[in-house]
Design a protein around this ligand. Structure first.
Ligand SMILES: [Cu+2]
Length: 157
């Protein structure tokens, strides 16, 4: 047990060196998240996740595959943006971006997901959450000079 803990710690340190921006919190992945973090544990029990953009300009619907998100394995997701009346926003991909990072560590993913449109939904693949802890997915929609963001938090074990 003690031995495996040490190996785990070594792996985490290695990851941290790779990114140069980690702290020690990963060594207790089941511990309480720090104040200010809001992992949507409830949302993770449902397969369709929802979030409002920060200025209420759109609502994000997002489905990960698989669900819940696995640790250190490629996954993909589908999402769409809905307007205030619940109708899908039909906008081109050049106005929409998706990214993810670990806010406690200040680093993102090692992969860059490619977006493609499919019958009103946007597919993003691959994504990879390579460390346990809190991850956030961001979807930004730009109209003119205004960019609005919707985000979802995930706790990955
Ligand atoms: Cu990290």
């Amino acid at each position: 047990m003690r031995h495996s803990t040490r190996i785990l710690s070594a792996c985490l340190v290695l990851n941290c060196l790779w990114f140069g921006a980690c702290n020690d919190k990963e060594q207790d992945p089941k511990g309480q998240s720090p104040a200010g973090q809001t992992p949507t544990d409830e949302a993770q029990r449902s397969s369709t996740l929802k979030a409002n953009a920060n200025a209420q300009g759109f609502q994000l619907e997002l489905i990960t595959s698989p669900h819940p998100i696995p640790l250190n394995k490629d996954f993909s997701l589908r999402f769409r943006l809905l307007d205030a009346s619940g109708q899908p926003l039909d906008d081109s991909l050049e106005h929409i971006t998706l990214d993810a990072d670990m806010p406690e560590h200040g680093h993102g993913m090692k992969v860059a997901p490619v977006l493609s449109q499919d019958e009103g939904w946007i597919e993003a693949t691959p994504l990879l959450f390579h460390m346990p802890g809190i991850w956030e997915i961001y979807v930004d929609h730009t109209q003119g000079h205004v960019t609005e963001r919707a985000q979802l938090s995930f706790r990955v074990f």
